[in-house]
Every structure is written in structure tokens, then in C-alpha cells.
Design a binder for this molecule. Structure first.
Ligand code: PGA
Length: 252
């Protein structure tokens, strides 16, 4: 049995006062129990500690949106795994498509960041996904598998097992175009089959979540698919009611 996870990716949105009211509504309505889905918020890094302090007595967890592949040193503007850990995070997004496309993060850099995350004791949420052009050329499986393989080739298997994979088709992110539950399930199944070839029965324990225009009106159907273990929510996570409904759509 895999415990679903619903994670909010706030991206670069909101200021402190907005973070406060969003977290207040979320903590009022979401009561995370060991028998319910995990809930993770990834606010902008400058607010991590603040949001963490607001989450203090809830079981809602904290994650960062990005991590440096380096341990420490002269890397202006970057944040290390140790720092992320130090402010109370348990998770970190790695390889989000916006990082890959806007900031030129290659599969290799993503793998190094994944490694930095596990070395710091964090749980990476590894984002993978194809562009529209790649889907139209029938390259979806090849792309997502190569993105995962790059990480698996670099990181000890043991250290890979505790991570989460987020399948996020690039054409569905922030566009209002969601993959149908069948389209998403097909890719999640492909990913799990591939993982079976690499990590054998552990593949059945790994959580593979879907991201890309998840809303309260499509979450339940998506999360009902056998290989979809929750979601990574962007735009809709900035609206407390929407996010709360999406969270409650994930059932064990
Ligand atoms: P979206 O973003 O829900 O706004 O499509 C998802 C993501 O980028 O993680």
C-alpha cells in the first residue's frame, strides 16, 4: 500500500501576508493523519522558515523548490541541501520543468541535485515529463525513462528508494490542459515498469505523483488511477479552497 502525497508548488508567488492566510486556511481544514495522504507545501525559499513556523503543530510538511548541486561555497544566490534541512524541510523538488527549461538544468545537473538532496537527508521529488513536440513524436516513454535513468545511474539504489517521482507533462503545466487520467496512468505505468527493471519489487512502494493543471474538478479521477499516488499542484495550490478539495481527493 502506497501512501498518497499531495504537494503544493507555490513557485514565485505571494508575499508573507498571503502565505500566512493560505497556511491558516490549509491548517484549519487539513488534518493529516497516518491513515491519510501526506501533505507537503513548497513555498518560495525566503519564506521556508516562516511557513515552517506556522505549520509547527500540524503534520503538514515542508519542502523547498530547488537545491544547489554544490555543498557550499562561492555560489551566489544558491541554497544548499544542508540549509534546506536546517530550516526544517523534509522534501525538495528536483528537476522541475521550469528549472530545466528556463534555467537550463540538464539531466546531468538534475541528477547531481538529486544526489545533493539525498546526501543532505532530504526526500527529492524528481520531476520528469515530455514536451508537446516530444509527445507528438511518440517520445514520451523514452524521455521520462532517460530522465529517471540519469539519476539512477548516478545515485545508489538504496538512496533512490525513498524518493518520489512527479510525472509532469510540460504541455500540461500552467496551461489548463490536463492529461486525461488514462494518458497519465499510461505514463505512470511505464515509469513503474521501468523502475521494476532497476529496483525490482521496490518499484511497487515508490510514489509516482501527477502534476500539470490538477484542479479540484479533475483530481479525484486522476488520483483514482492505480499508478497515480497523488499530485504536485501549482496554480491551484494558491487557492486554499481548491487545494483543500484536491488534498481530500487523495485517499488511501
Ligand atoms: P500547475 O503546475 O498545477 O499550475 O499546472 C504544476 C507544477 O508546475 O508543478
Amino acid at each position: 500500500m502506497r501512501r498518497p502525497v499531495v504537494a503544493a508548488n507555490w513557485k514565485m508567488n505571494g508575499i508573507k501576508s498571503e502565505a500566512k492566510s493560505l497556511v491558516k486556511s490549509i491548517t484549519n481544514e487539513i488534518d493529516v493523519q497516518s491513515t491519510s495522504a501526506s501533505c507537503v507545501l513548497t513555498p518560495p525559499s525566503i519564506y521556508l522558515e516562516y511557513v515552517g513556523s506556522l505549520l509547527n503543530h500540524s503534520m503538514i510538511e515542508l519542502g523547498a523548490q530547488n537545491i544547489s548541486q554544490h555543498l557550499q561555497g562561492a555560489f551566489t544566490g544558491e541554497i544548499s541541501g544542508k540549509m534546506i534541512q536546517d530550516v526544517g524541510c523534509r522534501y525538495v523538488l528536483v528537476g522541475h520543468s521550469e528549472r530545466r527549461s528556463i534555467y537550463g538544468e540538464s539531466d546531468e545537473i538534475v541528477a547531481l541535485k538529486f544526489q545533493a538532496a539525498v546526501n543532505a537527508g532530504l526526500i527529492p521529488i524528481l520531476c520528469v515529463g515530455e514536451s508537446l513536440a516530444q509527445r507528438e513524436k511518440n517520445l514520451t516513454s523514452e524521455i521520462v525513462i532517460s530522465q529517471i535513468a540519469e539519476v539512477l545511474n548516478r545515485v545508489d539504489q538504496e538512496r533512490f528508494l525513498n524518493s518520489i517521482i512527479a510525472y509532469e507533462p510540460v504541455w500540461a503545466i500552467g496551461t489548463g490542459k490536463t492529461a486525461t487520467p488514462q494518458q497519465a496512468q499510461e505514463v505512470h505505468y511505464t515509469i513503474r515498469q521501468y523502475l521494476r527493471t532497476r529496483i525490482h519489487s521496490h518499484a511497487d512502494l515508490m510514489r509516482i505523483i501527477y502534476g500539470g493543471s490538477v484542479k479540484s474538478n479533475n483530481a479525484r479521477e486522476l488520483f483514482a488511477e492505480p499508478d497515480i499516488d497523488g499530485g504536485l499542484i501549482g496554480g491551484a495550490s494558491l487557492d486554499a479552497d481548491e487545494f483543500i478539495k484536491i488534498y481530500h481527493s487523495a485517499r488511501i
